[in-house]
Structures are given as structure tokens and as C-alpha cells.
Ligand binder design. Sequence first.
Ligand code: ZN
Length: 409
Amino acid sequence: MKISIERILADLNILKSFTDTPGCGVTRFSYGENDAKARIHIKEAAASHGFLVRTDAIGNMYIGLPGTTDKKGMIRIGSHIDTVRSGGWLDGIYGVISGLEVLRTLEENKSERASDVEVVIFAEEEGSNFGSTMTGSKFAAGLYGAEDLGRLRTDDGKSLGDMLTKRGFASYRREEVVWDFSRIKAMLELHIEQGPILEQEGKSIGIVDSIFGMTTIEVSIVGIGNHAGATPMYYRKDALTAAALCISEVERVAKEDPEGVLVATVGKVAVSPNCSNVIPEKVVFTIEVRGKLEDRIISTIKQIEEAVSGISEQRGVTYEIRHLAESKPFRMDGCIIGIMENMAEDAGCSYRIMDSGAVHDTCVIAPHVPSGMLFVPSIGGRSHVPFENTDAGDLARGAQLLLDTVLAI
Ligand SMILES: [Zn+2]
């Protein structure tokens, strides 16, 4: 049984035109105008094959043959269709359209498997509206509930609840949103790698083993703001120079990881008053540490906290550390990994088992249901930018392996 890459590319090429930033990558936030257009396109494509489409109160969409949604032992395949601002044309949506293609191919070939498969589109994966990633899958997994509809807000104060009502989504009922895990045999997601490893190694497929855990902390350093001309160098308590030392230390500590897999990033810095002629009084920055081993993440955070304390003391500034978020590392289902390996070998596909530094919707579902993830290479390792791309041959191999896995599970 063969998927049609032409059909996948035709859909993806239409869908990339649904963007708020034409000519400057794809910007398609959940619950926006272009999200609605993309949903209509996908609904029509699904309906033309006789599939039913159901959308829950959060905007998670389900596509399958009549009866599948109530079936025991179903296989869900999915990803997301929302993007970051000026993102690429494949992130998320490649997995959704490949899922739809798997379903179409099964149905056309009159495979019994067709009635076991449901394609899922998770809403608001990127966190572009509310700063909370994987929102749709967190609702599906029951990690978020009714209380989060008012809590999750855009920068200008609009709540998720208001946005859903405005867009005409049904009112929230937990039993319709949270998955009944006992009925689901497996969850599969095909995604672009969004990193350089597969391309560098000349491999077409990545089979995901571990998903990195992540801890995010926020450090505030307070010095003394003062006149940038009248204050001698020896008299300064500059919060920014202290922060700069801390940030360099974050990089040094992460590079010391013996396995070379741990990563640490300072991605957000706020300096105040942020004026060229005032010595910085306060600097607030985030530190995100991701890794495969929980102990290693904990010890790295501890090492960084000690460094912040030491540098602050040396520099005569004060500091405060807040823990913002935490997720534990975990592994995808061993059985599904084995099936994917066998299928890749049978197809003569070059592949490698790899870890994922990025977190995806399936990671939220994986603690509850046997799950598997496949990656295809990202050209130049680039993603979340307009240049994001993957070789068409690799896109085809990924979708075919997804189908082969669905048939073998
Ligand atoms: Zn994605």
C-alpha cells in the first residue's frame, strides 16, 4: 500500500497560503482567520473521502470513518496546524496531512485498518496566543480543565474561553474533551526534526526514543542604577555585567555535560531601565535546561544556582530565583520503536534512533498511551523560520513509514 506524495504536497501547498504574513513565512495562530480557513480546507478534503470531522470545545479536531471515534483499540495519528509568527510551511501540518493521507490510502485500498484510525489536529500547540505550548493536547490529556479557560490569556488580556466562544466552539464539557485512554491502542506523530542531526548524518528518518525533560527558572539580579557618566567604574553595582557573567556560566556548565546532550539556553532578558546613559539596576532573565536524564537536569540547575549566588556576592548585587516550569524526560513506547525500526529496514530507509530536544503534542499523550514519533530531516536544520523545508523524497518516506507502522501495530 502506497501513500501519494503528490496529494500530500498539493494539500500542503494550498495550506501554506493561509497565512497572516504573505511573503514572510506562515503565520497561522489557532482561532484566527487563517486557522479557520485551514480547518475548512481539511474538512472538505476529509469529507470528499467520506470521513467525519468532529471538533471539541477547545478546537481539537478529529477525522475518521463513521464509528471510529467510539471504537476500542483505535490508533490516533496527529499533530498541529498552528504556527509561530513567520514560521515554516511544514511544522505540525506535515504530520496532520500525512495522517490524513494514511487514512485516505487505507480507505481507498479497502483496508480494515481504516476504521481503526482517527486523525487528530491539536489546537494551539505553539503557544502563540497564550504563551502556553501544547494547549490542545494538555486539555485532551486532562492536564488542563475548565479553570484554564479563563486563566490562559493573550498579552492584551483576551481569555481562551472568550476566544472559543467568539469563534463559535461548543461550550466546555470535560467528558467530551479529555480522552478515554482505555480505548486508544496507540498515538503516532510524524514531524519535521527541526534540528540538524538527520541531515548531517545523511539519514531520511529519525525514530524518537527519549523526549528531553526541561526545567525553566527565572533569575532576577538587582544592583544599583546610577548615572553612566558620573559613577566611577570601581563604585558600580551593575546588574547587567553580573547577569552577563551568570549567562556565560550557563553556557559553560551545559558544555561540560559528559554525554554532550544537555542543552541550556538564556532566551529572554529584560534590562531596566534599559537606557544608554543609566547603569542597569535590574536584570531579569530565564534559564531553560533540557536533557535526557532527570538527575543531570537537576544537578545542572543546582550548579547554575550556585554560580548565580557566587557571582552576585562577588559583584555586590542581590538575586532571586523562581522556578517557572518543569517536565520530566521520558521514553517513547519500546514496542512501537521496534515496529518502526523493522518497517524502516524493510523499506530500505536510512534511519537512526534519536532523542527529541523539542517537546511535541504526543509527549503530553505518551504517559497515558503507547506512543511513537517519527522525524524527517529539516534542510539546514532550520525550523520556525520561513526557510523551513524538507526534501520531497524524505516527506514521502516519512508518510509511507507512518502508514507501514499503522498497518503493523
Ligand atoms: Zn510542531
